[in-house]
Write a protein that binds this ligand. Structure first.
Ligand code: ATP
Length: 240
């Protein structure tokens, strides 16, 4: 049996009276890339927010390596080895690339370790090295996405949550970002929970996938099987 790194069991999350997650159960095993796909408003972002401690579920269990994390503050969860790259990137536009990476390492106190991780980040993203002293806000969307991921890596996460990393990017950048996700997973063993509207791309790199619809998991299985599923192809892969 693979070891579950993240487990959600019957999770219900609300925005006031809006019942956004209606009993979500899912598992992410160590070493996997798991895709969470679904249409607009399905609850994908809410799932990541609930996992990373930005939102507290009203009901249900969330565990990381067997430890309950539901409702625990986000900075504690970060220290347990989970990093969340939110939708829309949210890098600091008025800080340089290097300063953004420094901020990402705020919970790391060892300066030489921080420097080591910055250099590691530059190895993964040579483009960021070239732009080390450039202000984040002056970079292209794809570069900002790279920076957002590199910043999340500054804590050397065991589990990386990615919310729509391909959003608004040109096809070349989309490919570059997905290549990096695969590389992180293969070379570092980073476990990834990937939320995407771009279901085709997400299913092409994921091991397993869950399909979310109006707050409920409608389908789950091997990513290759989900990609073949007729209802999924019609709804999310742009086929009639
Ligand atoms: P998208 O791809 O459009 O971001 P999503 O699958 O990530 O969609 P969520 O953003 O998680 O979906 O939204 C799930 C439900 O919660 C939707 O009905 C949405 O309208 C509602 N919702 C999301 N954010 C808020 C908020 N801040 N306040 C109130 N309702 C919200």
């Amino acid at each position: 049996m693979p070891e579950a790194m993240l487990e959600l069991n019957d999770v219900h999350t609300y925005y006031d009276h809006i019942h956004a997650l209606k009993g979500v159960s899912m598992t992410v095993n160590e070493g996997e890339i798991v895709a969470l796909i679904g249409g607009n408003g399905a609850g994908k972002t809410t799932t990541l927010r609930t996992v990373s401690g930005m939102m507290k579920p009203r009901q249900g269990a969330v565990t990381m390596n067997g430890v309950s994390i539901a409702g625990i503050p986000a900075h504690h969860i970060l220290k347990m080895g989970m990093s969340h790259v939110p939708e829309g990137r949210r890098i600091f536009k008025d800080l340089t690339v290097r300063e953004n990476l420094d901020v990402g390492a705020y919970s790391v106190t060892d300066r030489s370790l921080i420097e080591h991780r910055i250099q590691e980040g530059f190895t993964f993203f040579p483009r960021l090295k070239e732009r080390e002293n450039q202000l984040g806000g002056t970079m292209s969307g794809g570069e900002q996405q790279m920076l957002a991921i590199a910043r999340a890596l500054m804590v050397a996460p065991k589990l990386l949550l990615l919310d729509e990393p391909s959003m608004g990017l040109s096809p070349l950048f989309v490919e570059a970002i997905f290549d990096i996700i695969v590389k992180l997973n293969k070379e570092r063993g980073t476990t990834v929970l990937l939320v995407e509207q771009n279901a085709n791309m997400a299913l092409s790199i994921a091991h397993r996938a869950y399909v979310l619809q109006t707050g409920e998991i409608k389908l789950s299985g091997n990513a290759a099987d989900i990609a073949q599923d007729e209802s999924v192809r019609k709804a999310y892969l742009g086929e009639d």
